[in-house]
Design a protein. Structure first.
Lengths: 310, 194
């Protein structure tokens, strides 16, 4: 079998049509999750390596389940157990894995651009499962799918993304996917967390939470990622919650049929009030379920299954 | 059109569908527990037409589903065979049903093999039969149809082109079946490429 060099490195370089196609394929996997045999033979005999060099439970398990539902064999290598801790470089680790001829490598890494480096180094399809503060493309896709399933379309939806925009790969992938599909995206966070020139990505920016939420169809809250911050960017959790957290009162400014989203894990009481996280507007658990079918679509696509050329 | 011979027109297709429906009633003891499952894309409208005949002629209501087999094909990743992935809809319990798979053309049998595997992942039907509009021969697997609209002798390098009003509205608003010879196929492939 010839290896196809199809990768999913970022959403910023995809066309709107390619994103829509991935969402459509994901949609077709929905029925599989509702039957007794939750598996199709499409990737039978293929090997998917899950190379997670940064802590992750839900993304890794989601990819693993996606690969298994397509009948691929999976091999999980995570940061703490690999020889990366013994000082091996990413490319050396990957070359060693490449010697086992994987068809797809799913990479999570703390440095931006590592999936691109890997794509140039080894002869397998690379799927970016989050690279530093750059992108988390499958999260962007699953969020787009969640919005589309509830609202019927993404075009014209007003989406507020609130939190640490500067450190968030989730924000970047969402801005890319949603703006390409015609949504009006507003990002919001403390000035210390709003990168200069973020508007160039195709969104509006504000530090006024209420202005961002007013009239929104979707409010997407980001996790405060203390592990990614090198300095204090806000005085205290309590102050952050007051000015940028989402509570019932703030949510009242949005449209009545607003969706509340969060990529997880939630810092309850910081960016999201518990009653909002568990409220009727919350689609957080649907996001998790949609993550599996979106990742199935991505793996199927990268294996060469639908659309485009090798 | 040179190189393409019309082998069925709209009236032929209608008669074939009606005959399949009548045979189906005879051979399923009045259509008990029967469900029709069309293999996407052109099997789906044919399944609906058979169901409409059963309703009209026998007053029989038979559930209809659609099966997408992209994930079950044995050539998914071979070059030039990219298949669009579609939705499977089976609005009934497959277990203990008498399923009649419906497709437009039966050729190598590989599509039906994939459909059988797909169907089994949904449950355990008590029986599966196969209805096709055209059986053109050249099987590569031990699969035979139970209901056939037309048996057509073909050369392996010819192709059978079915156009149905439901699925091919842009191209033809009437049902037709053409036997297309090789030069025409090559020319059509050339046109698609450019």
């Amino acid at each position: 079998m010839t290896t196809r060099r199809r990768h999913l490195l970022e959403l910023a370089s995809l066309e709107a049509g390619e994103i829509t196609e991935l969402l459509d394929v994901a949609e077709s996997f929905q029925d599989i999750t509702h039957r007794r045999i939750k598996k199709v033979p499409a990737l039978r005999g293929m090997t998917v390596v899950l190379l997670f060099l940064e802590a992750s439970t839900r993304t890794r398990t989601s990819f693993e389940l996606a690969a298994k539902r397509l009948s691929a064999d999976t091999l999980s290598v995570s940061g703490g157990t690999s020889s990366v801790v013994k000082g091996e470089t990413l490319v050396d680790t990957a070359r060693n894995l490449a010697a086992m001829s994987p068809d797809i490598v799913v990479l999570r890494h703390r440095h931006s651009g590592s999936p691109h480096l890997l794509a140039r180094s080894i002869d397998a399809s690379i799927v970016n499962a989050g690279d530093g503060g750059h992108e988390h493309p499958t999260q962007g896709l699953l969020d787009a799918l969640t919005i589309r399933r509830h609202k019927g379309r993404i075009e014209g939806q007003r989406v507020a993304i609130i939190g640490d925009i500067a450190h968030s790969r989730v924000a970047r992938s969402n801005i890319a996917a949603l703006s390409k599909l015609g949504a009006e995206v507003t990002v919001c966070g403390p000035p210390t967390m709003l990168p200069q020139g973020v508007e160039a990505l195709g969104c509006r920016a504000t530090s006024d939470r209420d202005a961002a939420i007013r009239g929104a169809d979707v409010v997407m809250m980001l996790r405060i990622q203390k592990e990614r911050m090198t300095e204090e960017l806000f005085p205290s959790d309590r102050e952050y919650a007051l000015r940028f957290g989402l509570d019932r009162a703030a949510l009242g400014l949005a449209k009545p049929d607003v969706l509340v989203m969060h990529p997880g894990p939630i810092n309850r009481g910081v960016e999201l009030a518990p009653d909002v996280a568990d409220g009727p507007e919350s689609v957080i658990l649907e996001q998790v379920a949609n993550g599996i079918i979106v990742r199935m679509a991505v793996l199927y696509h990268c294996a060469g299954g639908a659309g485009g050329d090798a | 059109m040179s190189g393409a011979r019309c082998v069925m027109d709209a009236a032929d297709v209608r008669r074939a569908v009606r005959r399949i429906a009548l045979e189906l009633v005879e051979r399923t003891r009045g259509g008990q527990d029967v469900a029709l499952v069309g293999i996407r894309t052109r099997g789906e409208p044919l399944a609906h037409r058979i169901a409409a005949e059963l309703r009209e002629v026998e007053g029989l209501e038979v559930p209809v589903g659609a099966l997408d087999i992209a994930m079950y094909r044995d050539d998914v990743f071979e070059s030039g065979s990219r298949v669009a992935v579609g939705q499977t809809r089976l609005p009934f319990d497959v277990n203990d049903r008498h399923i009649v798979l419906v497709d437009d053309v039966l050729f190598t049998g590989r599509t039906v093999r994939a459909a059988l595997d797909a169907l089994m992942d949904w449950g355990r039907p008590c029986r599966i039969q196969l209805a096709v509009l055209v059986d053109r021969g050249h099987r590569e697997l031990p699969i035979q149809p139970d209901y056939v609209g037309m048996t057509l002798s073909t050369r392996v390098d010819e192709s059978v082109r079915v156009r149905l009003a439901e699925t091919d509205a842009g191209e033809s608003d009437r049902d037709t079946v053409h036997l297309v010879s090789t030069p025409e196929r090559v020319a059509a492939a050339e046109r698609r490429r450019t």
